[in-house]
Design a protein around this ligand. Structure first.
Ligand SMILES: C[S@@+](CC[C@H](N)C(=O)[O-])C[C@H]1O[C@@H](n2cnc3c(N)ncnc32)[C@H](O)[C@@H]1O
Length: 273
């Protein structure tokens, strides 16, 4: 049974499963040099790791193939619809919110990973989520987050960003979460805060995968945007669809059209017992 979120603005259907697959294998994994875990995070037999907002589990299942089979990999999500039907024996999936993780998970994990929850967490929920991740990490363990808050091409993309900002504001979500994550990590007690930024072109052939990913994300926000009457930016379904097409074309044909993804990783101090 799913936990309800009144403000998560992306769908949970087969198109979304496919988008998450392409995004992982063709955009994010190559972008970070195929490293699923940042270089100073080591996993050894018997360790436990957690993926929050795992979705289809695409990151977790990929990682599970390359780590010792005795590492136990946990994934949680408020919505189990995208969970894989038959996960490997060392992967356990459950319905939980990152803002309220099981009490018995105190000091358990050597790594807590979370990727692309900006469409799901309000400011207060980010603070609760980071506190919860800190609580369930073993002393010396690492949190690794990945988000995207910056992309640009030309006037159509500017309009898209304004509309998305209006949607995020209306739901209390943080479109600029990457600006505040480092300070929120420190406030939650994390040290050794690292920030790795990567830029990806959206132009031409080279930008095809993430361009299509970006356009699909925007298109998927049509329902919540039109449910609020277009939020003062578009007046009809047709105008929204035209804007989506214009965004894709502009990204494809504008040299220098670019998107930034940021990975943050930080440590729970050893002396935190
Ligand atoms: C954009 S998807 C990203 C999935 C996955 N992390 C990836 O990178 O492929 C965001 C996921 O976060 C989940 N989610 C939203 N709010 C959540 C919460 N409070 N706790 C746990 N999961 C949440 C959604 O159900 C969705 O599956």
């Amino acid at each position: 049974m799913a936990l309800t979120s009144t403000h998560y603005v992306l769908p949970s259907n087969e198109s979304e499963r496919e988008r998450l697959f392409l995004q992982h294998h063709h955009v994010l994994k190559p972008l970070f040099g195929t490293a699923l875990v940042q270089p100073n995070i080591y996993l050894k037999p018997g360790d436990k790791i957690l993926d929050c907002g795992t979705g289809s589990g695409v990151w977790l299942l990929d990682l599970a193939e390359s780590i010792p089979p005795t590492v136990l990999a946990y994934g949680i999500d408020i919505q189990p619809r995208l969970f894989p039907k038959e996960p490997p024996h060392n992967v356990q999936l459950s319905v939980n919110s990152v803002t309220s993780l099981p009490l018995e998970w105190d000091n358990t994990f050597v790594l807590v990973h979370q990727r692309l929850l900006m469409a799901g967490l309000r400011k207060g929920e980010w603070i609760s989520a980071l506190k919860e991740m800190y609580r369930v990490l073993a002393p010396g363990g690492w949190v690794q987050l990945c988000e995207c808050d910056s992309w640009a091409a030309g006037p159509a993309v500017e309009r898209e960003r304004s509309l998305m900002k209006a949607l995020f504001d209306s739901e209390g979500l943080l479109l600029d979460c990457c600006q505040v994550i480092p300070s929120m990590l420190r406030s939650a007690g994390f040290t050794n805060v690292h920030i790795v930024e990567k830029h990806l072109t959206l132009f031409g052939e080279e930008g095809a995968y993430d361009r299509s990913n970006s356009v699909d994300v925007f298109r998927a926000m049509k329902t919540p945007i039109m449910a609020q009457g277009g939020l003062g930016h578009v007046v009809s379904d047709e105008e929204f669809d035209h804007l989506v097409d214009a965004v894709g074309r502009e990204m494809e044909t504008t040299r220098g059209s670019v998107k930034r993804y940021t990975v943050f990783y930080a440590q729970k101090p050893l002396a935190s017992m």
